[in-house]
Ligand binder design. Structure first.
Ligand code: IMP
Length: 191
């Protein structure tokens, strides 16, 4: 079975990807000595590709990466590709959530979606990618302490609870990352 090295340095994302893909693919964690690349791309695909290609080149192994954005309609699609840095270069999850709630104060139109691009890249240049998205709304206040990032303020369509209030398996069954990585695993395993 092919072994893939996981590009993300974010332990929250790594744990989710492991939980989603663990049964389908053999994953090895990112070697700590490989420096992280700057996410300078203009799109989620550009950034996911930058991360995967850099790690494949550094390790000689096929690498798996993803990039995720939260697109809020009332904010013209922001924070989008800037989701990690919405409240500044070294913003915490809490900083980003506070900024989002402030920006949305009094806004009745609360529709939003998470979008993830997941990619596998080989040292020789081959690559395969897949996308996953989940529609939802931005809550008026944060709720729940599961998940990470914007999970306390994102209510997926058809649910009454935020991602942060759901069990991890319930989030992965619906989520952008679950959908993107299950689609990628299908492409990689041919199932
Ligand atoms: P990244 O560039 O893919 O690391 O993700 C950008 C930012 O989006 C992260 O720093 C998180 O704030 C947020 N994010 C990514 N995935 C999720 C998720 O599943 N739930 C909530 N927020 C997320």
């Amino acid at each position: 079975m092919t072994e893939y090295v996981l590009a993300t340095a974010n332990p929250d994302k790594a744990a989710e990807i492991q939980a989603i893909l663990g049964a389908a693919l053999r994953l090895r964690p990112r070697p700590p000595e490989v420096p992280e690349v700057e996410e300078t791309g203009a799109t989620l695909l550009d950034n996911a590709r930058l991360k995967a290609r850099a790690l494949a080149a550094a390790t000689g192994l096929p690498a798996i990466a993803d990039d995720t954005g939260l697109e809020v309609d009332a904010l013209g699609g922001a924070p989008g590709v800037w989701s990690a840095r919405y409240a500044g270069e070294h913003a915490t999850y809490a900083d980003n959530v506070s900024k989002l709630l402030r920006a949305m104060e009094g806004t009745p139109q609360r529709s939003a979606r998470f979008r993830t691009v997941a990619i596998a890249a080989w040292p020789g240049g081959r690559e395969v990618h897949a996308e996953g998205a989940v529609e939802g709304t931005i809550a008026v206040a944060a709720a729940g302490d599961g998940g990470f990032g914007y999970d306390p303020v994102f209510v997926p369509a058809g649910a009454t609870a935020t991602f942060a209030e759901m069990a991890p398996e319930a989030k992965h069954a619906l989520s952008h990352r679950g959908r993107a990585f299950r689609a990628l695993a299908e492409l990689l395993t041919g199932t």
